[in-house]
Design a protein around this ligand. Structure first.
Ligand SMILES: Cc1cc2nc3c(=O)[nH]c(=O)nc-3n(C[C@H](O)[C@H](O)[C@H](O)COP(=O)(O)OP(=O)(O)OC[C@H]3O[C@@H](n4cnc5c(N)ncnc54)[C@H](O)[C@@H]3O)c2cc1C
Length: 463
């Protein structure tokens, strides 16, 4: 937090208030007649990328913005852990589709170094027993396009079928004649459960046809995503360790109850994750409109977790980006990454998703490492070294995330539900965050765009 910037802003506000009082203006809200505008107080709940973007834009427009953040740090789900001496992103790693990307533009504006583009074709795979990968490129592509067509059909008919029902029907109909059961489940897990962070049994069958307007290459930020939140936070008044427990609102304003006392404002932007909204940990009074409650119900909070492992030396082919493992049972350490930008650090990253990831959260780090090493030894042989450091995420148990990001539950309609989630309530409560973005949900892009949109909406009511 930049206290110098904050003090300067307060001084300017005091001067402006003196000016306003001198002019005989009173009350709050928009300007009227020839009186100078009264500056609105805005509270932003959450200092992730959505909240910081909204706060920055509102602050730049001259509003008096306070950001309330439950954690002892900013960044939310785009946070970089430096405890090992290596910047390891616990949440977002990639900037997706840099050609029309607010995230990428921000990185450029901040002077943040990004990697060369990610080449997703650099792949090597293994079957469950360590024998060579058995799925041909043609079968892989065919699987994906048939499932995508299924998603499109379900989207068009607005069906409430689950993703599992849809893919199992295709499998049962013999649509994937060359895939055995294990290979089929591996592809379902790696393409959809890891991507959308939910179990296919809960997920809408239209999920893979919705949103995701990305253009161009993907890159990572070798120095860590936290650089983006640090950049956005400059000059903002951010109250850390401030857990919001209740939001009371009427047509005059908003009162927010927190672990550090009450805050009042003319309007508020709520950017807490969908998992937190679903949990009921924040009481809204009066209750939120039914359309928003329905949206909160239909957008699930999915889980993916990262296991970062730092080894004394590399034992993998560092020209490869992604290592696939057709695990048995499915979804156990089936996706591994080696980042050549981090190559000198000898780091591997594994993902687990859905209920497998949630179950794993109750295991100790040592137990998780042991399971990961058993699989790595199956892939790379018995002589590989033990890691000397492991950083494990547990997003589902995280009280201020309660999941990794939102997915569409069976019965949801993306545009309807995400737009209802984003809709403001009586022009006092505004909502942002990845889950509110119909076009870029589940990503930093959705978070940043939604923060910009919430700020723009507020400015239309205050100008
Ligand atoms: C493992 C993982 C991998 C990912 N990979 C990618 C990727 O490669 N590329 C990509 O684009 N996206 C990725 N994402 C998604 C991306 O990280 C998120 O979409 C984005 O960071 C969400 O930003 P946000 O501002 O909407 O929410 P958040 O960052 O979660 O911000 C919300 C803030 O609200 C705070 N908060 C919660 N409850 C309270 C409360 N009661 N009181 C006060 N504050 C509260 C939280 O602490 C948090 O700081 C990944 C996410 C995860 C978890």
């Amino acid at each position: 937090m930049d206290s110098i910037g904050f003090d300067l802003k307060k001084t300017l506000l005091v001067l402006l208030t003196v000016f306003i009082v001198g002019c005989g203006s009173g009350g709050s809200g928009s300007s009227s007649g020839n009186n100078p505008p009264v500056i609105e107080d805005i509270i932003v709940v959450g200092a992730g990328l959505a909240g910081l973007t909204a706060a920055r834009d509102l602050n730049a427009a001259g509003l008096d913005v306070t950001v309330l953040e439950a954690r002892d740090h900013i960044g939310g789900r785009a946070y970089t852990d430096n405890s090992t001496g290596i910047p390891l992103d616990l949440g977002a790693s990639w900037i997706l589709g840099i050609d029309q990307s607010a995230t990428y533009e921000l990185a450029v504006e901040a002077g943040i170094v990004v990697s060369a583009h990610t080449d997703w074709d650099l792949f090597q795979g293994w079957d469950f027993d360590g024998s060579p990968y058995t799925i041909s490129d043609a079968d892989d592509a065919d699987f994906f396009s048939r499932v995508e067509a299924g998603c499109r059909q379900n989207y068009q008919s607005q069906s409430s079928t689950s993703f599992e029902e849809m893919v199992e029907t295709l499998y049962g109909n013999g649509d994937f004649p060359n895939l055995n059961r294990r290979e089929f489940e591996y592809l379902v897990a790696t393409y959809f459960e890891l991507e959308y962070a939910g179990d296919v049994s809960l997920m809408s069958a239209s999920q893979c046809w919705e949103g995701s307007d990305y253009f161009g290459d993907d890159v990572i930020i070798p120095g860590g995503y936290s650089q983006l939140s640090s950049f956005l936070s400059q000059g903002l008044d951010i109250r850390l360790n401030t857990v919001v427990t209740a939001v009371t609102y009427d047509d005059q304003g908003v009162t927010i109850t927190t672990s550090n006392g009450n805050f009042s404002a003319d309007r508020a932007v709520i950017t807490v994750p969908i998992g937190v909204l679903r949990s009921g940990d924040i009481q809204f009074s009066p209750a939120l409109p039914q359309s928003k409650l329905d949206a909160i119900n239909f957008i699930g909070s999915g889980t993916i977790n990262k296991t970062w492992m730092i080894f004394p030396s590399t034992f993998w082919n560092t020209d490869i980006l992604m290592f696939g493992y057709i695990s048995d049972p499915k979804g156990h350490f089936s996706e591994w990454y080696s980042f050549d930008d981090l190559e000198t650090y000898n780091v591997l990253l594994a993902f687990n998703g859905g209920s497998e990831a949630i179950e794993m959260e109750s295991m100790t780090d040592e137990e998780i490492t042991a399971e990961a090493m058993t699989i790595l030894r199956t892939m790379f042989g018995p002589d590989i070294p033990e890691p000397f450091d492991v950083v494990q995420t547990r997003w589902n148990s995280d009280p201020f995330a309660k999941g990794a990001y939102g997915f569409l539950r069976a019965g949801a309609v993306s545009a309807r539900d995400r737009n209802n989630l984003a809709e403001n309530v009586i022009e006092r409560l505004f909502f942002a965050g990845e889950a509110t973005s119909a076009s870029h949900y589940a990503t930093t892009e959705g978070a940043i765009r939604s923060g910009k949109k919430a700020a723009m909406d507020i400015l239309t009511y205050t100008n």
